[in-house]
Design a protein around this ligand. Structure first.
Ligand SMILES: Cc1cc2nc3c(=O)[nH]c(=O)nc-3n(C[C@H](O)[C@H](O)[C@H](O)COP(=O)(O)OP(=O)(O)OC[C@H]3O[C@@H](n4cnc5c(N)ncnc54)[C@H](O)[C@@H]3O)c2cc1C
Length: 388
C-alpha cells in the first residue's frame, strides 16, 4: 500500500473540516478515529457558531446550512435583567445555532458518500512525530505530514514531548453540562450571574436545550438529586419551576485552558483541541478548531503543489488569534463565574467576587464602548477599522 501524504488523527470538527478540504483538492490523505462510526459526535458539546466561522465555511463551499440565528443574550442577576442585542451592535452579524454533533454527522456522511478514506474503530497505538509514523487499528502509516486532530487528550500532542511548550492551567471550577429534552425557555441565550454560581440557558433545537450550572470542583452531577438540580438551575436563571419534570442528562466538565506552542514540530502538526483548550465561556473552542483546520488545509494543499511556505507558517499564523480568543474567554469567565477567578479562589471572598461580576454586567449595560467591544468579540466579528 502507498502511504498517504497526510494522516489525520481524529474525526471531530477539526479533522473533518481538514479532510473535506483535502478531498476537494485531491491531496492523498487518510483519517483515523478511535470511535465507532455511530459514536462519533454523540457527546454534547458546542452549539453556537460564530459569524466569522460561518462566513469562512460558506466561502470554502461547505455543504452546511446555517439558518437559525442567535442575536441576543440576556444577562440576569437576582435583581436585574438586561437583554443585549449584540447582532444590532455588529451591523446585523449574529451567531448561528448549529450543534457540533450535527456538523460532525453531516460532514462524515458527505465524505463517506464520496468514498473518502475515513477509518473508524481505529485507535492510535503508536506515534513517532519525527519520522513521522502512526499506527492505528493495526496499520502503520508513514505520511509526509501527520496531523493531530485528536482533541483534548491528544496522543499526537503527547508524543511531541519537549519539542513544544505546553502552557496548561486547570481552573477551580466545574460546570455541570445539562442537556434537556425541552423547548428553549426563551428565544435567546441567558447568562445568570448568581451568587451561588453561574447558570446558563442556550438554544440547541426545537425540543433540545443546553444548560450550564457552575458548582464547586468537588461536586459531581451524579451525586445531586435531579429534582434539586432542576430547582437550583431554574432558580438561578430566574425561572422558578420552569424545569420541573423535564428530562435531563448531566455531565461534569472540569474547566481548564491550554496553549501548545508552537503548534507544529517538523512534519507533525496539531489542530483544534489537540493544540489548545479553552473553557466554554463565550463558545469559542469549535470555532478555533475549524479556523485552524481551514488554515492548515490551505497550507497542505499549497505544499502538495510544491510551495510549503504557508504550511511552515501555520503555527505563527494561528497562535496570535488563539491567544486573543483565550484572552476574551478568560475575561468572560471572570464575569460569569463565582469560583474560577484563580487569584480569588478559595479566599473566602465570595461577596467581593460577586460584586465584581455584578459591576461588569452593569458596565455592559451602560457603557456603549464596552458593549460594542463585547458584541464583536462574542459574535466573532472583526470590528471595522477606525477611519483615518
Ligand atoms: C460542554 C462543552 C460545550 C462546548 N461549547 C462550545 C460552543 O458553544 N462553541 C464552541 O465553539 N466550542 C464549544 N466547545 C468546545 C468544542 O466542543 C471543542 O473545541 C471541539 O470539539 C474541538 O474539536 P476538535 O476536532 O479539535 O476535537 P474533538 O471534537 O475532541 O475531536 C477529537 C476526535 O479525535 C478522536 N480521538 C481521540 N483520541 C484518539 C486516538 N487515540 N486515536 C484515534 N482517534 C482519537 C476522538 O474520538 C474525536 O472524534 C464546547 C466543549 C464542551 C466540552
Amino acid at each position: 500500500m502507498t502511504d498517504p501524504e497526510v494522516v489525520i488523527v481524529g474525526a471531530g470538527p477539526a479533522g473533518l473540516v481538514l479532510a473535506w478540504m483535502l478531498q476537494r483538492a485531491d491531496v492523498p490523505y487518510v483519517l483515523v478515529d478511535r470511535q465507532a462510526r455511530e459514536e462519533v459526535g454523540t457527546q454534547p458539546k458546542a452549539g453556537i457558531v460564530e459569524y466569522r466561522t460561518v462566513e469562512l465555511l460558506r466561502r470554502e463551499g461547505f455543504p452546511l446550512d446555517f439558518e437559525v440565528e442567535n442575536r441576543r443574550v440576556e444577562f440576569r442577576t437576582p435583581t436585574t435583567r438586561h437583554l443585549f442585542d449584540y447582532a444590532d451592535l455588529t451591523g446585523d452579524r449574529p451567531h448561528y445555532v448549529f450543534p457540533q454533533h450535527r456538523l460532525v454527522a453531516e460532514l462524515t456522511t458527505a465524505l463517506l458518500d464520496e468514498g473518502a478514506p475515513l477509518h473508524f474503530d481505529c485507535p492510535v497505538t503508536d506515534v513517532d512525530p519525527d519520522r513521522p509514523s502512526v499506527t492505528a487499528g493495526g496499520t502503520t502509516y508513514v505520511p509526509r505530514t501527520l496531523v493531530g486532530a485528536d482533541g483534548a487528550g491528544s496522543v499526537v500532542a503527547r508524543a511531541l514531548g519537549d519539542r513544544v511548550e505546553v502552557l496548561d492551567r486547570p481552573l477551580a471550577s466545574r460546570w455541570l453540562v445539562v442537556s434537556a429534552r425541552t423547548a428553549p425557555l426563551v428565544g435567546h441565550t441567558i447568562y445568570a450571574i448568581h451568587p451561588r454560581g453561574y447558570a446558563a440557558h442556550l438554544r440547541r433545537g426545537p425540543q433540545e436545550t443546553r444548560f450550564y450550572l457552575e458548582v464547586p470542583a468537588d461536586v459531581s452531577g451524579a451525586d445531586l438529586d435531579p429534582d434539586d438540580l432542576r430547582r437550583d438551575l431554574a432558580e438561578r436563571l430566574g425561572e422558578p419551576g420552569a424545569l420541573d419534570g423535564v428530562e435531563i442528562s448531566v455531565d461534569d466538565l472540569d474547566l481548564r485552558t491550554r496553549i501548545t506552542s508552537p503548534m507544529q514540530a517538523g512534519p507533525t502538526v496539531l489542530v483544534g483541541d489537540a493544540a489548545h483548550l479553552i473553557t466554554p465561556a463565550g463558545g469559542k473552542g469549535m470555532n478555533l478548531a475549524v479556523a485552524d483546520a481551514v488554515e492548515l488545509a490551505h497550507g497542505l494543499v499549497e505544499a502538495h503543489r510544491g510551495d510549503a511556505r504557508r504550511l511552515d507558517a501555520y503555527s505563527a499564523t494561528r497562535l496570535p488569534v488563539i491567544a486573543e480568543t483565550q484572552g476574551f474567554s478568560d475575561w468572560f469567565l471572570r464575569v460569569l463565574s463565582a469560583f474560577s477567578t484563580d487569584a480569588l479562589a478559595g479566599t473566602g471572598s465570595a461577596g467581593f467576587v460577586h460584586a465584581l461580576r455584578d459591576g461588569w454586567v452593569r458596565r455592559l449595560r451602560d457603557d456603549p464602548l464596552l458593549a460594542r467591544w463585547f458584541a464583536h468579540a462574542y459574535a466573532g466579528v472583526d470590528p471595522a477599522p477606525a477611519k483615518p
